[in-house]
Design a protein around this ligand. Structure first.
Ligand code: NAP
Length: 415
């Protein structure tokens, strides 16, 4: 059925997925959601950079054909107040890859976050956040170059599942009575109650994705991050299921940390991935003091939420932290910051977060040459101290430029 408002580009081919494997044509159609607030500025600048890198890397043999799809305020205008039209989901199901700017969550009146809705409806169960430092980017660490990790955060369950009962409500009283009378649980009167579901299914598919990523990208370890010492049957179970996936599905290419020392005397055999685990609280310290001991991290929703923003701060903050939410058939790459409404249409903010989400997308498509061109040109631009306001205020002698001029400088530095 044709779309109501979405206009497919006149050229380009659909990406396909067969038996879980992505097939990327040389002229793929890729969907984008511009985003609210600063969305227009950062999407316009980033698309110029992605297109220039693809053109430069493949001399016209490859090209992205963009198809705009709608969510947020732009959707509400086009679809008569509907912030999340059904055909946006349908387009993502059909075209498999999307990239989006930030979306406002309308305040009040029965709205769930549009971002959360997208993840839930499309079952984008893995939130992937690479955290690496680019030369010249201001950082609070002495040696930020040691940080090069990728966090896989489970997106669909944990305390985010929305199973919560307000203190004093009838549901809360019913649940409290059941827990006290039938399960022997003890807790204070008038406690709000929330349920933390952690399943084998969701834990295993997340860890499976993290291990597969580590294998595909030549990474050395996957660390399961959990509070299993306290929450034995949820976070502890995540740890157990994580090790099970590794042993049962990747037994020939994974070893445990114990194996590493007991069988291999601390020398990791070529082509293997070490599976280890750390308690969630200490990982924050480890990532500050010994970040080079970590590579891919896999964890549940709440731990992952805290961890990915904290780690992003080590290498330049949310202004440049990229991210993606990935399921089995659809991947959505997206800026990790919000709509920064006070900067709307001022051509001022840093496009880095969206830009590097696009770099992740190019890597996901195996278009490494284009991705690498952007990485190198970005570093060169920062080294020339041509930066947007957020970096300028942390750097001596910087030349502050707007979003579009920053993009122009990056494109120039691809030569
Ligand atoms: P925000 O939009 O992320 O902005 C907070 C601050 O972060 C800004 O004032 C700015 O700091 C800095 N910042 C954000 N993006 C930047 C960029 N590209 N370059 C440089 N600095 C940047 O957070 P918020 O103000 O809490 O949220 C605003 C709206 O965004 C809300 O409606 C919220 O629901 C939504 N939101 C959406 C997403 C998403 O779509 N994924 C995520 C988070 C929030 P300075 O003021 O110091 O310059």
């Amino acid at each position: 059925m044709p779309f109501e408002k979405i206009v497919p580009p006149s050229e380009g081919t659909k990406i396909t997925v067969e038996s879980g494997k992505l097939h990327i044509p040389d002229q793929p159609i890729i969907t984008f959601i511009e985003g609210d607030g600063i969305g227009y500025d950062i999407m316009t600048a980033s698309r110029r950079i992605w297109d220039a890198a693809v053109e430069k890397a493949y001399n016209g043999a490859r090209r992205i054909h963009w198809m705009e799809i709608y969510s947020g305020e732009k959707a509400a205008q086009l679809y008569d107040g509907n912030y999340m039209p059904e055909e946006t989901f349908e387009a993502l199901r059909q075209y498999h890859i999307g990239i989006k700017g930030p979306l406002t969550t309308p305040v009040g009146g029965g709205f769930r976050s549009l971002n959360v809705t997208l993840r839930q409806v499309l079952d984008l169960y893995a939130c992937v956040r690479p955290v690496r430092w680019y030369r010249g980017v201001p950082s609070p660490l002495k040696d930020p170059g040691k940080t090069d990790i990728v966090i896989f955060r489970e997106n669909t369950e944990d305390v985010y599942a929305g199973i919560e009962y307000e203190a004093g409500s009838a549901e809360n009283k019913k649940l409290a009575a059941f827990l006290r009378n039938e399960m022997g649980a003890q807790f204070f009167e008038d406690a709000g109650l929330g349920i933390k579901p952690i399943s084998a299914f969701a834990s295993k598919r997340l860890v499976r994705k993290a291990i597969q990523y580590a294998l595909d990208r030549g990474r050395k370890s996957v660390t399961l991050v959990h509070k299993g010492n306290i929450q034995k049957f949820t976070e502890g179970a995540f740890r157990k299921w994580g090790y099970e996936v590794a042993a049962q599905e990747f037994g020939d290419v994974t070893i445990t940390e114990d194996d590493l020392w007991e069988k291999y005397n601390g020398k990791q055999p070529e082509g293997t991935i070490v599976i280890k685990d750390r308690i969630a609280d200490i990982i924050f310290q480890h990532l500050l003091l010994r970040p080079d001991e970590f590579d891919v991290l896999a964890t549940m929703n709440l731990n992952g939420d805290y961890l990915s923003d904290a780690a992003a701060a080590h290498v330049g903050g949310v202004g440049i932290a990229p991210g993606a939410n990935i399921g089995d058939e659809v991947a959505m790459f997206e800026a990790t910051h919000g709509t920064a409404p006070k900067y709307t249409n001022l051509d001022k903010v840093n496009p880095g977060s969206l830009l590097f989400s696009g770099v992740m997308m190019l890597e996901y498509m195996d278009w490494w040459e284009a991705a690498n061109l952007i990485n190198t040109a970005f570093e060169k631009t920062i080294e020339q101290k041509i930066v947007t306001y957020d970096f300028a205020r942390q750097m001596e002698g910087a030349t502050e430029v707007g979003t579009s001029a920053f993009a122009t400088a990056i494109i120039r530095n691809m030569d």
